[in-house]
Design a protein around this ligand. Structure first.
Ligand SMILES: [Zn+2]
Length: 562
């Protein structure tokens, strides 16, 4: 997954870590917001461009239809670096109308758009394509159009959206990773997050001798007799447009199984031996996540792990991998506490998105913490499954130096926003805090499992998460979610000693008026749970100010002792 790297906000993070985290990228495209404005709370927020608004808004010409199916059927020319072909787009009208909105980057040509044999008129406005029908389409009517396009897709962003590279042996190596900028950077589609097709076919014609690995189940390959071979893939589940992926290269394949689930691995020939060792971690990853959340979401499509020339991306059922076949992140201890080096960060993180990001999807990028906060928390669950709770808590607390607390995690909706990187680390620390608030693992594990099962294959917003947690726990967790997600600051526990011997006063300092959260205080060997609100309360303690502690590894809070 991608995160915008707004100038001056996250640069310090990456100055320390040398490279952005997995699936995070510097976005500098025309579709990204480039201006900024100061919000009332002093945070710098981007001002969306017209292009970003057209891409981000779920406007009337998107809302009047419901996607059913795509067949992306293209030819890729590695030498000319050109794509040509069509996307067949099938949708059901939800309202009467004569116009729909699709998306395709301006630099790519629209050759024609056909409705059966009828050419359709269209208007382009930045990357939006408004398609007009010669008669009113009725609500409930199912319509299929063929959108023909061609051209050279320019590279943008750190991962390039689509790149035409060569491998070390000089063979073409063409890959996509386009989450932030969008799939319309290289193919025409309804490029937003709220609506997904129910299933999809992907057909890619490439020079014979090369391999294309895309999403879904491999259907077959056909020699076209003109020096090209078409590779056909079928996706049996809803899929985000940005998850649709090409991986074209001199790949070699090896396979395994986890129960009935096919595991397929693709690496360049020179990396095959390393891949056979490193990719073996996929099984343990799947076992861990299946333990917590239930079966792998895309069983009919299988699980694939594919070498790519960038760090990694969660392409649905076709996770891409570029972590140097080393543990940690690019060989480094990602959270700096000696645990990341036990496993391959990219395999564990990107594959976690199969549950959170691909199966459960945010309906707007504004709420992308549903992908990234949860998947970062899943890293902690993987650690817990393998090495126990103490190491998981240690691992998650290693994320703290990465949090900036300068902007709220949930961003503006409807403008294709790229939330702050805090969505990863602070999101995970918030979920870890919720576990401590619930304070009963016998409830926590079913809650996580049922939360995933309740929302799987759906596109949801933060409010859906909060409502579910409130309903299932019988607690009012709204102020806690809102404080962590909708404000820049974390709550600060104010502790005032010395009013009287053996007494400490306490309250929360938070932006949410009704903020109330239990927290463990006192001595680690004998924590006491107190229930601070934003009003002063007091308790007796035999501990001195120096001895009195707060369980800040279990609750992501600031503490102010006076
Ligand atoms: Zn991610």
């Amino acid at each position: 997954m991608l995160t915008i790297l707004a100038a001056g906000t996250t640069a310090s993070l990456f100055a320390q870590t040398a490279q952005p985290a997995a699936d995070q990228t510097v976005t500098t495209t025309a579709t990204a917001a480039v201006k900024s404005a100061t919000k009332p709370n002093g945070a710098i927020m981007p001002i969306p461009t017209r292009s970003a608004m057209l891409r981000g808004a779920y406007g009337p010409f998107r809302a009047n239809n419901d996607l059913l199916y795509y067949h992306l059927d293209i030819r890729v020319d590695p030498e000319k670096q050109v794509i040509s072909g069509k996307n067949t787009i099938r949708f059901r009208m939800l309202k009467d109308g004569t116009r729909i909105q699709l998306d395709l980057r301006e630099t790519l040509a629209i050759d024609k758009i056909l409705w059966n044999a009828t050419p359709l008129k269209y208007e382009r406005d930045t990357s939006a394509v408004f398609v007009d029908f010669p008669r009113t389409l009725r609500a409930g009517e199912i319509v299929s159009i063929d959108f023909y396009y061609s051209g050279h897709p320019d590279e943008y962003g750190r991962f390039g959206d689509i790149t035409f590279k060569k491998d070390a042996a000089g063979h073409p190596w063409i890959n996509t990773a386009c989450e932030g900028d969008g799939a319309s950077m290289w193919w025409p589609n309804k490029d937003q997050w709220r609506d997904e097709v129910e299933n999809m076919d992907i057909s890619v014609a490439i020079p014979s001798g090369l391999v294309d690995v895309s999403n879904g189940k491999f259907v077959g390959k056909t020699d076209l007799g003109d020096g090209h071979t078409r590779w056909d893939w079928h996706v049996s589940y809803p899929i985000n447009s940005y998850d649709v992926s090409l991986n074209i290269g001199s790949y070699v394949h090896f396979a395994d199984k986890l129960g009935d689930l096919p595991l397929d691995f693709y690496a360049l020939p020179e990396d095959l031996d390393k891949a056979k060792v490193q990719f073996a971690q996929a099984k343990g990853m799947l076992e861990a996540y299946q333990h917590y959340f239930g079966p792998y979401p895309f069983a009919k499509d299988g699980y694939k792990l594919i070498e790519a020339p960038y760090s990694g991306m969660e392409h649905q059922s076709a996770v891409t991998y570029g972590n140097l076949f080393k543990n940690g992140y690019m060989g480094r201890d990602w959270t700096g506490v000696g645990i990341s080096t036990r496993f391959d960060f990219i395999i564990i993180h990107e594959s976690g998105h199969e549950w959170f990001g691909n199966s459960i999807t945010a309906a707007d990028p504004s709420d992308m913490w549903i992908h990234e906060g949860w998947t970062t928390y899943l890293e902690g669950l993987y650690v817990e499954y393998r090495w126990g709770k103490d190491d998981a808590i240690k691992y998650l607390n290693g994320l703290k130096p990465k949090v900036e607390n300068l902007r709220p995690i949930v961003d503006e909706s409807g403008v294709n926003a790229e939330p702050t990187e805090d969505q990863y680390f602070k999101g995970a620390l918030m979920i870890n805090t919720l576990r401590s608030v619930i304070n009963d693992d016998a409830k926590w594990w079913p809650l996580l499992h049922n939360f995933y099962q309740h929302f799987k294959y759906q596109n949801i917003m933060t409010g859906d998460v909060v409502t579910y947690f409130n309903q299932q726990t019988g607690m009012n967790l709204t102020p806690i979610f809102d404080q962590y997600l909708r404000h820049a600051r974390i709550p600060r526990l104010e502790l005032l000693f010395g009013e009287a011997p053996g007494m400490v006063m306490y309250k929360w300092n938070a932006d949410e008026d009704n903020f109330a959260m239990p927290v463990r205080v006192g001595a680690p060997s004998d924590w006491q749970i107190i229930h601070p609100t934003t009003e002063w309360q007091w308790m007796q303690t035999p501990l001195t100010k120096d001895q009195f502690q707060v369980a800040t590894d279990l609750y992501y809070v600031d503490v102010n002792k006076q």
